[in-house]
Design a protein. Structure first.
Length: 482
């Protein structure tokens, strides 16, 4: 229970803290990254528009408008190409090209581009080019990926015929590598590292807070388990001055009330048993006198025998009541479960022999436990007597001890099996209920008493039965430490 409580609170705290933090960090990082990208892209666009406008002013349209593929070897073409190359080097561009309004190349800073080749960068930005030609204002393209796999952006400006004639005759394009993505990569890496560090801090804080919260809760849970196991003598330690402290105080108040109720019940049961025992002693005395007076009348002696039989039953009922009411909390000590079984079997052996039932005890490996030897012996006596009484003459009751494993934890197991008629299915889940019995003269306290003793030792008592095939009681106790 303690481990489940810690795991549950830890999981809830991790969900409550880490998930919102991760979502907020992710949203914040995404917003910062998008904003930075938009700003950097806007900055690059403004720079490219300025560069394209300045470069276009240095190119006279009258020098390029008439160029054909045959002019590539002329001195004029060479001068124009070198001029673009110098401009490219000076402004740090990757390429400068001049194209006519039909989107055919006129001159280019990149070697190998022939006059008349299609200007594909203009085709991709046709809308921007049309608007630019219409109003004369520089434009930029969207980001595109070049042949080298890197991202580029182009700035465009119109080339006019001459300083005196503003007629637009060509378009100048400046391609620049989007180097700002290096800054974005660094930003992305910083955001990931920072976000990861914050998440680790939040996880660590959640675990620490979970430990602080669960430590007093686990202590209260252990106290509740102790009270549930029947230990009502030890007070609940007060908790901190918070909700957990209120819970601990409430648990202590509940312990006191349960203890007071149990004490009242024990006093009441003991009082009832005492009040019943005194008249029984008188009835037993007068029954003895009556037996002596009717010594010569065999027919009436049978009535006296019935009175004696009913008196023995009532005395047994009173004894069961007193034993059930006065059972103290077990005082645990080192013991061997097999030794306790052997002691109990010796007591029951004469009853089993008289009933014609074979009683077999098998002791396996040592089964050390922490137990109140006398109380556990009483529980085993109840179980063995029940088994003998449920077994017909010629049947067998077998009892054995051995180490066992339950839920991955070591335990000591004791099994008591009989070859009786078994227990009806509708009664099987009620046999441990106080005062429930299937016997004609039973009190219904024996099995309830046995189970309470076993559970007070931190163990469990289970039953498996099938009508016509017998019944098996299995007792599991935690082993002695060390």
């Amino acid at each position: 229970m303690a481990v489940r409580l810690w795991s549950s609170i830890r999981a809830k705290l991790l969900v409550a803290y880490v998930v919102p933090t991760a979502l907020l960090l992710g949203a914040f990082g995404w917003a910062v990254f998008r904003l930075e990208r938009r700003n950097l892209e806007g900055e690059l666009a403004a720079r490219l528009e300025a560069i394209a406008g300045a470069a276009a002013e240095q190119v006279r349209g009258e020098n390029v408008i008439g160029l054909t593929v045959h002019d590539e070897e002329t001195e004029l073409y060479g001068i124009l190409a070198r001029k673009l190359q110098l401009l490219e080097a000076r402004i740090g561009a990757d390429r400068i090209s001049v194209c006519d309004l039909d989107r055919k190349s006129l001159v280019d800073s990149e070697p190998g581009v022939a006059v008349g080749e299609p200007c594909y960068q203009l085709e991709a930005s046709r809308t921007e080019i049309d608007h630019m030609v219409a109003d004369g204002r520089p434009r930029t393209s969207v980001l595109f990926r070049g042949k080298d796999g890197r991202l580029y952006k182009s700035g465009f400006a119109v080339v006019r015929l001459s300083p005196d004639d503003p007629t637009v005759v060509a378009v100048l394009g400046v391609d620049a590598n989007a180097r700002f993505f290096g800054r974005l990569s660094a930003l992305r890496q910083w955001l990931l590292i920072t976000g990861g560090a914050i998440l680790l801090l939040v996880i660590a804080a959640s675990l620490v807070i979970g430990s602080v919260i669960t430590r007093p809760l686990l202590r209260v849970a252990r106290e509740a388990q102790r009270i549930g196991a029947g230990d009502l003598a030890t007070p609940v330690e007060p908790g901190p001055h918070d909700e957990v402290g209120v819970l601990a105080a409430t648990l202590e108040e509940m312990r006191q009330q349960i203890r007071a109720r149990d004490e009242r019940m024990q006093m009441m049961l003991a009082g009832i048993a005492h009040e019943v025992r005194n008249p029984l002693a008188g009835i037993e005395l007068f029954a003895g006198i009556l037996r002596e007076e009717l010594e010569g009348e065999p027919a009436r002696q049978g009535h006296v025998a019935k009175i004696d039989r009913e008196l023995r039953h009532l005395k047994a009922v009173v004894s069961d009541f007193l034993e059930y009411a006065r059972r103290p909390h077990p005082e645990l000590g080192d013991a061997d479960l097999g030794d306790i079984l052997s002691d109990a079997a010796e007591v029951v052996a004469p009853e089993a022999e008289a009933a014609g039932v074979a009683l077999e005890v098998t002791r396996g490996a040592a089964t050390p436990v922490r137990a109140d030897r006398e109380q556990l012996r009483r529980a085993l006596l109840n179980l063995l007597k029940n088994a003998v009484q449920a077994t017909p003459r010629g049947g067998r009751v077998s009892a054995s001890t051995a180490p066992a494993v339950m839920d991955g934890e070591p335990h000591m197991r004791l099994s008591i099996a009989d070859t009786g008629k078994g227990i009806a299915a509708d009664s099987l889940n009620r046999i441990f209920t106080p005062f429930f019995t299937t016997k004609e003269k039973g009190t219904g306290l024996g099995l309830a008493f046995a189970r309470e003793i076993v559970e007070a030792h931190g163990g469990s008592l289970e039953v498996v039965s099938q009508e016509g095939s017998g019944t098996t009681f299995t007792l599991l106790l935690p082993p002695r430490a060390g």
